[in-house]
Design a protein around this ligand. Sequence first.
Ligand SMILES: [Zn+2]
Length: 307
Amino acid sequence: MRPFVDVTRKKLYMRQRLLFTHCFVALTLVVGAASARASGELQVTISNSATFSASQLAVVEAAIDSAKSMWESVITGYQPGINVPALNVTITSGSSFADARTTSSVLQGGFRINTAGTVRINPGVIDIFASWDGSGPDPPNTEFLGVNYIDELLAHEVGHLLGISQSNWIANGVYQAGSGQYTGAYGVAAYRAEFDPTATYIPVEQAGNSGTIANHWDQLMRSSSQEGNPNDPWSLSPLTGITDSQGRDLGLELMTGAIDPDYGEPFLSNMTVQSLRDLGYTVVPEPSSLSLLLAAFLLGFSRRIGF
Ligand SMILES: [Zn+2]
């Protein structure tokens, strides 16, 4: 792989059928704490675990725990009319970097819901990014030395399997191919509250390779030929200038198309969380709380523009 940490090489083969050539071995992590849920478990299995070293496996297992905790802390279940026992995620080695593929989905309650998928991760990536070595920038950036980016990488890929992808967006009526505009009501409302009060859509990535384009929120894709310089990506910034109240730039959001280790760890926005409501899930906060938040936002908005 090139030194630049780049999720642009992650490819989403959402329309391809996976050939189940893997032998399922070893570890199965089943969510115990979330078993009270009416339906919807995030179940993660590591396949071909022997292709990871013991230390790599330990990193992946920790990342699985982290990703599950993160998503389960914000997803409370499915919307009415949906009864899906689990999203089954299989982790395996492969890819030049990391990628996610949906392997089965169902149509229920007016939504397309994924029920299974595979995440591939290159073992070499684990070695470098479980404790970032500062490689890439010149002069080297030491601020984020030692940071573990595998947790976020795995959470990102699981996010795709939860439905954050062009194919699920289109199937659920919140994206039109080629538009660059996510229009799901809950996601957009959260984006307005969080990043841009006048927005009518969430900007969607239009640069990078075919797996990156239209499958992520927008950032400046500095390794792409469309927006950056593939030969010297470190000289550019992924930041969009669109920030939340904490000053966090949209370009560093978890579901943008690249991890930028010299800028720090990706963060999960409420925009991403609420967008899952557009895709058939229930999430925190519950609607009553969300209504309150929206009301508060609208009040603040009206004050800012003076009516
Ligand atoms: Zn991705």
